[in-house]
Design a binder for this molecule. Structure first.
Ligand code: NAD
Length: 328
């Protein structure tokens, strides 16, 4: 893999992903984030001599992996005159976009990247969003959804880079389909988390112990990731303790070490889940796919994200927004 990478965005996901890249390669990183304190913390914690701070995104544009929140931010990073990535010399460079943004912006940036170089030595841009949460990023087990074909001659190169940070690298077919897969993933995980919150809240109000309920749901037709990774057996057996520590549930206390039991701090912000659901609904409208649960689910996350008590908390805080109690 390349000896030198540019990296833009060291937030909840970008920070641990960049750490994994350092840990599993001998490459050097040139990093940039608007938040100066996070840049300095990263350098302090990294092996000495491996990381350099850039003064602007433009300076990062050697080989770039990026992790930024929304399409608007990503556009800024690439297209800002003079300081953006594409103001640099781009021929032959590879841009790997790991953010979850809208398809149109991603395609437009891909075209701008192609146009910034010549046909003989083209610059390339790939959508490579991720799933698996901040805990997965820390452990290096995240899943990448890559906007290219498995038999694309460039895929082994991209896979070699992404393998330093993730456990599963999935070529989805062509440009844009990495993002398309990510939107399907978050549409499903967002609705499941809301439905699990509702079911847990209902069961508890009817008098069932939350751990007993979670365990029982895991064995029936309602089994799902949000619930199954936190059933009491998994949470409390020594064998599965390492797993339990990293997974999330909607109800505080069902899994003592999960983000839900730590005031929903860290994890995947509720406003980011709202953003992804909106992107999924927008994409569905574009191709005439019916999403019956879309608007209702968006409203729930929007309402939670608009409340200062829940904004910036992990998205499973919708359980609290529903009025769910802390059983501890
Ligand atoms: P975050 O808000 O924690 O981090 C974003 C980082 O980008 C911040 O450090 C911010 O300072 C930086 N930034 C903003 N504007 C910038 C600019 N112009 N130049 C340089 N840096 C800038 O967000 P996150 O949770 O890390 O999410 C990032 C992306 O990853 C989003 O698209 C999100 O949907 C996606 N994602 C997040 C998770 C998760 O669990 N948090 C999981 C999968 C995918």
């Amino acid at each position: 893999i390349p000896q030198r990478f540019g990296w833009v965005g060291l937030g909840a996901m970008g920070y641990p992903m960049a750490n994994q890249l350092l840990k599993n390669s001998s490459s050097k990183l040139v990093i940039f984030d608007l938040d100066q304190s996070v840049l300095h913390r990263f350098v302090r914690e990294a092996p000495s001599g491996r990381v350099e701070i850039a003064s602007s995104t433009r300076q990062v544009a050697d080989e770039s992996v990026r992790k930024r929140p929304t399409g608007k931010h990503v556009k800024e990073v690439y297209l800002t005159a003079e300081t953006g990535l594409l103001a640099a010399n781009t021929p032959g460079k590879v841009f790997v976009d790991c953010s979850t943004i809208d398809l149109a912006t991603s395609i437009a940036i891909g075209e701008a990247v192609s146009m910034s170089s010549d046909a003989e030595n083209p610059a390339r841009f790939y959508d490579c969003p991720v799933s698996g949460g901040t805990a997965g990023a820390v452990k290096g087990t995240i899943t990448f959804m890559v906007g290219m074909a498995a038999d694309d001659p460039g895929f082994p190169f991209i896979r070699s880079i992404l393998s330093t940070m993730g456990g599963s690298i999935n070529p989805m077919g062509r440009k844009g389909l990495g993002l398309a897969a990510k939107l399907c993933n978050n549409y499903l995980s967002g609705t499941i988390a809301l439905a699990t919150s509702e079911a847990m809240n209902l069961g508890m109000k009817l008098g069932i112990d939350p751990k007993v309920l979670s365990d029982c749901l895991d064995k029936g037709s309602a089994a799902n990731w949000v619930n199954s990774t936190v059933n009491p057996g998994k949470c409390f057996s020594v064998f599965d303790l390492s797993l339990a520590i990293f997974y999330t549930c909607t109800v505080p206390g069902v899994c003592p070490d999960a983000v839900t039991s730590k005031s929903y701090e860290g994890g995947f912000k509720v406003q980011l889940m709202e953003k992804d659901l909106r992107l999924a609904v927008e994409a569905a409208q574009g191709v005439g796919a019916k999403l019956v649960l879309g608007d209702t689910t968006i409203q729930a996350y929007h309402s939670a994200a608009s409340d200062l008590e829940y904004r910036d908390k992990d998205s499973r805080v919708v359980y609290k927004w529903l009025g769910g109690v802390d059983p501890r």
